[in-house]
Write a protein that binds this ligand. Structure first.
Ligand SMILES: [Zn+2]
Length: 195
């Protein structure tokens, strides 16, 4: 299911200014895990349809997602299913898990089943610890005055069940992948929430 919202009046004004500046100003760094487009790990065994349990990249899942450091705007009190959009600017930072929305720029093309990892960062820009694992369950488009999609609103589900395995993996994340993440490149991450 995909919701399209063309009538976010107040946001349109912001979007007309610049979704990039908006993201720079209000966004936080998160790790974005693209589960919707996963690939087979090189250890994948066609016979038993599994990975090698000792594989350091996929942790035996046999599949890899990509992980990338991106900026997302965390907003907690927007009600995407009503027409009251005027709360967008004023409620950034308010916490109410039931209506948590993450805004991600169109260029990143967020999809359902992708994950947003809210993490802490060290002063060098390396991810340190998992705060929350958030699965995207709905994506709706937000258009600017020119009709172009500028931001995607991501409705998320808090996957508390994934915090422990993800925290464990982050603690052993190969240095090569940390370096890639640090400079904005895509790294690999084991696919842990494949159904
Ligand atoms: Zn593997």
């Amino acid at each position: 299911m995909r919701y399209v919202y063309d009538n976010f009046k107040n946001v349109e004004i912001d979007l007309r200014q610049n979704s990039e500046l908006l993201t720079e100003e209000f966004g936080i760094n998160v790790l974005y895990i693209r589960n919707a487009k996963f690939i087979r790990c090189k250890c994948f065994n066609d016979l038993n349809k599994n990975g090698d349990a000792k594989c350091p990249y996929c942790l035996g899942t046999g599949h890899l997602a990509s992980v990338q450091k991106i900026k997302a705007i965390e907003s907690s009190n927007v009600r995407p299913y009503s027409d009251e959009s005027s709360t967008f600017k004023t409620n950034i930072g308010v916490t109410d898990q039931k209506s948590e929305i993450y805004y991600i720029r169109q260029q990143y093309n967020p999809k359902e089943r992708d994950l947003i990892l809210k993490v802490t960062w060290d002063k060098y820009g390396n991810p340190v610890d998992i705060v929350k694992v958030l699965e995207i369950i709905n994506v709706y488009e937000m258009r600017g005055d020119n009709g172009r999609v500028e931001l995607n609103g991501c409705v998320i589900n808090n996957r508390t069940d994934l915090v422990t395995p993800y925290r464990k993996y982050l603690s052993i994340l190969p240095k090569k992948i940390i370096r890639q993440i640090n400079i904005g490149e895509k790294g690999v991450w084991p696919l842990m929430n494949k159904e």
